[in-house]
Design a protein around this ligand. Structure first.
Ligand code: UDP
Length: 337
């Protein structure tokens, strides 16, 4: 039996491939390498290059590797891009999830783990946000994931497919052994941008809004270490293999840090200063996003082990120095394609 990881050459999927390999599980990656990186796929894990919406390819892969469970990471994830190109986002995320599920029903695969997002909750959810909060996505990206959740719910009920939907809060950091990390030069998430600023790889960073209704006026987020998130997927797989019921779970720690607190952490851990500018709010950004994180602990027995902000930041810093320092010395990320 093996687990098919779609998007396994990407940031989070590659950490899932590592976590499964570390757990002695067999895994196979399906990735079209449009944003993923071949070198992100761990050694010993087969890579099938192709499209998750290609039913014949998915069926061949399932048969060739005796796939009994699928973890579906492959997606478009850039929110502003989803606003510019909603049709492309719905095709890539919702449409292809529907096609993938069609292939799994045909092949009688009964276990599915879906990468969803706190973006389904929208701009003003209750804080901390429980899974029972009414979804109200603030972007096509969030809508594309919520619609996928609904398709999955209905397909699960009709075809006896059990699933775990994992709604990620702010994923950050890198594998502590530096076997994987954020490989995208275009990554715009706060901890990556700040780590690159500390390493002199960009011109510093802008704080998007300093007059928000939060304790220090800047946005607050629930940052989760990517390795803890990968472990949540392993726990979800074990749950499904035990015959556990379908469920939807937040993936966060249940507390948040402001942009200024993240910047302080990056300065402290790196021992370096870097330019920080105050900029206007970014449209569509919630002020505060914090998970009510109790359900996943109760349901899966998941216990994070990298939840200190300085540890998340430290792993991000070490990864950035290793990845870009080793591969492209002296180059700035924006030219490092
Ligand atoms: N942020 C910022 N400057 C940046 C990137 C992000 O001030 O260069 C802020 C953003 O407004 C939010 C928080 O940092 O309050 C986390 O943003 P990120 O893009 O990492 O994730 P998001 O929560 O938007 O998915």
């Amino acid at each position: 039996m093996a687990v098919l990881i779609t998007g396994g050459a990407g940031y989070i999927g590659s950490h899932m491939a590592l976590a499964l390999r570390d757990a002695g599980e067999k895994a196979v990656v399906l990735d079209d390498l449009s944003t993923g990186h071949r070198e992100a796929v761990p050694e010993g894990v087969p890579l099938v290059v192709g499209d998750v919406g290609d039913e014949a390819l998915v069926l061949r892969t399932i048969a060739a590797h005796q796939i009994d469970a699928v973890a579906h990471f492959a997606a478009r994830i850039v929110v502003p891009e989803s606003v510019r190109d909603p049709l492309g986002t719905y095709a890539a995320n919702t449409g292809k999830t529907r096609l993938l599920l069609g292939a799994l029903v045909a092949a009688k695969v009964k276990r599915f783990i879906f990468s969803s997002t706190a973006a389904v909750y929208g701009l003003e959810p209750p804080t901390p946000t429980p899974e029972t909060a009414t979804p109200d996505p603030g972007s096509p990206y969030g809508s594309s994931k919520l619609m996928s959740e609904w398709i999955l719910r209905d397909v699960g009920a009709a075809h006896g497919l059990n699933f775990v939907v994992l709604r990620y809060f702010n994923v950050a950091g890198a594998d502590p052994q530096l076997r994987s990390g954020q490989r995208s030069a275009a990554a715009s998430n706060l901890i990556t941008v700040a780590a690159r600023a500390a390493l002199g790889m960009n011109d510093g960073l802008s704080i998007f809004g300093t007059d928000l209704p939060t304790p220090d006026g800047t946005g607050v987020r629930d940052y989760i270490h990517v390795s803890d998130l990968a472990q949540a997927h392993v726990a979800a797989l074990e749950h499904l293999r035990r015959g556990g019921a379908s469920m939807t779970l937040n993936c966060g720690y249940g507390w948040g840090y402001s942009v200024r607190e993240v910047i302080d952490s990056v300065r402290r851990v790196s021992g370096r200063d870097f330019p920080v500018r105050e900029a206007p709010r970014r449209p569509g950004d919630p002020f505060i996003s914090i998970a009510d994180a109790r359900r996943i602990r109760a349901a899966l027995g998941w216990r994070p082990s990298h939840e200190q902000l300085d540890q998340i930041v430290g792993d991000a810093l070490r990864w950035e120095a290793f990845c870009w320092g080793a591969r492209r010395p002296g180059q700035r990320t924006r030219r490092a394609g």
